[in-house]
Design a binder for this molecule. Sequence first.
Ligand code: GTP
Ligand code: SPV
Ligand code: MN
Length: 582
Amino acid sequence: MGQRSIEQWVDEVARQTKPQNIHWCDGSKAEYEQLTATMVSKKVALKLNEKTFPNCYLHRSDATDVARTENLTFICTRTKDDVGPTNNWMDPKEAKEKVGPLFDGSMKGRTMYVIPYLMGPVGSPYSKVGVEITDSVYVAANMHIMTRVGKPALDHLAGSDDFVPGLHSMGDLSPERRFILHFPEEKLVWSVGSGYGGNALLGKKCFALRIASWMAHNEGWMAEHMLILGLEDPSGKKTYMTAAFPSASGKTNLAMMVSSLESEGYKVWTVGDDIAWLHVDNEGQLRAINPEAGFFGVAPGTGNSTNPVAMKTIDRNTIFTNVGLTDKNEPWWEGMSAPPPGEIIDWNGHPWDKKAPAAHPNSRFTTPARQCPIIDSEWKNPQGVPISAIIFGSRRSITVPLVNQAFNWEHGVFMGSSMGAETTAAATGKIGVMRRDPMAMLPFCGYNMADYFGHWLEMGKKLKKPPLIFRVNWFRKDDNGKFLWPGFGENIRVLKWILERVRGGGEAAETQIGFLPSLNALDLHGLDISNEAMKTLTQVDKDGWLRAADGINEFYSGFGKRLPKELHNQVSDLRKRLGATH
Ligand code: GTP
Ligand code: SPV
Ligand code: MN
């Protein structure tokens, strides 16, 4: 944005949106209490059981506003080609003419919250400031948890006007008048007509991924949809890894995993669960910071058997969105526990009839990262943590093995760029549909993905010792549709092999698709899994990969001449290795 001060921008927005009053957020505890009290008095949220879930709230969003809306999300650049075939595009001038009027008087009778926030650790050269203006008290409260609000942001600005403005208004919540617009050329976000998660908490996907990926491309760093974890080995040494999985595909769970090999000394520590900002330091080492301060995690499937760490994180100071409610005034969702006795109110606020889930499949918790019992000691390190491995993963019921190591950086970029993924409830639309989701960034890359692939290739050249790249798949199914791999805490067995590979060990077979663990290379000690299942999980499905290569070629062809030639070469090399004859 041009060098406008926060005050000037706020004045301008207030003149247009006409709020009843303006609240400048300072990020204090007293302010958070005021926000939650307002949520309750305005019936935006219910207070949950103070004994068992102290300082926790339940918010029910509009029933048509429960997930990100990718079809209503646009990147607005002067040149259409700059957003590429995978993004929706609007001309910036037309976008402002069309959507601007939706903000006219949109805050009448409402409070306008001005939220200066810092993305990234305090004192980090990699952190950046955003300012969100919103008329939603729920958004303001969530931003308190997800980002560092107030002083940390103003201190970081140190009088400069270098902030990313994000204007958000609830509008009338009609999907016909819902737009999530990004203007990367002026680092500006406009969002209207949705109060939900990634559509409305503008620091998250809008700034920290879409706008940040554009900035990162220009400035030589990376903004990725990745968790960050530290894997402790028996000697106590930690090795840091990042992993990119699409929405609702296992990042939070992997980042907070309770290792089933803890008695052998392997333990996971959490640095971040959704977004990583990656920079090359002066020594040519890749380093990652978590720009966020909280977790906006998927509730369903989170329980003491799958993710006990998350359960301990969210038992206080947490906002729940679209989960069920028990007669003890506690939150409940599918996969948390057996349904408790007594009446349950579903996410719509009606008595649960058990015909549909009590919690929306994309119901969420918003919780402070500092409450995570295994938060890593380095999670606020201004320099970030050094990254030794990058993992790509997605839901693939067929073809893709449990784990597979790329031959080298370029092959790894190919693996990431061509990743297929089955869709989830995190975005509106059909669930379980296979699509290409490069680096899990399909909905989040703020520019032409061909250029993004080129940027990945360039970044590899700047690294003295590029992290090893892996592809994992916890979601392979058998003929009866059952998962072949137990997942969750057992995923440590795969991380252990990855660690061994990073250290130059770990037995592997060189195959057509990369290095696969040899039959005895994975530590399966104490795990009840059949040899047959393990075989399926670690072998190359030649026909499946030949079909995949066709799909990848088709996907790549959409980018025309802009696609880096290295990637074309990678698909034809893969086809050759698989013995393709045409
Ligand atoms: P976003 O917050 O949308 O970016 O999602 P995420 O990638 O953090 O996904 P999350 O860890 O919240 O997992 C989403 C769903 O997948 C939950 O219902 C989990 O229970 C389930 N899940 C996570 N890990 C595994 C696994 O290893 N195996 C199986 N079968 N399911 C898993
Ligand atoms: C995702 O969809 O990947 C999320 C949730 O992490 S949201 O913030 O809604 O984008
Ligand atoms: Mn996500």
